[in-house]
Design a protein around this ligand. Sequence first.
Ligand code: ADP
Length: 169
Amino acid sequence: MTVAVYPGSFDPITNGHIDIINRASALFDKLIIGVYENPDKRLLFSLEQRVKLVEEAITDLPDVCVESYAELTVEFVRKVGGKVMIRGLRASSDFEREFEMALMNRKLAPDIELVCFMASSEYQFLSASLLKEVAALGGCLEGMVPDHVAAALKEKLSIEPHGVSVREN
Ligand code: ADP
């Protein structure tokens, strides 16, 4: 049985992430989504909220589950019995950083294989950070996030209208 792990900040989960989850879950026996507790990013949602938003997005996928983690990603992958790490690549922004991380992870854990999925064309320009900016300015989020995430963004931003990260992610 091959267990794959899809790690990330998921602040919040978007349709771009969900597309990768659907495609990866069709290839592996089990997919664990790892929500990283404390990325080097300004976060809008708490760890518990990010996990809950992922949970609600995967209710139809029986072989997919979500866990949070705070340790090195490769250590988390090993701890849960993962052999493969999943990442998504958007043409515009991700390659250099992902390549750098992949080489570091390979050095730390040569036993874990990296599988990258090219983002689907409709999600190439969808990032959680841009999404939060659009949401903060009241823009339409249709097609970018599931309804429960749109509702959570609306609620969060009505409480914290300036709590939005403008950094790339
Ligand atoms: P991280 O902080 O680890 O980059 P993210 O939640 O931003 O966490 O992203 C997790 C993974 O999903 C990364 O591999 C990222 O490149 C990928 N990803 C983000 N947005 C999209 C998208 N729109 N389409 C495909 N992959 C994406």
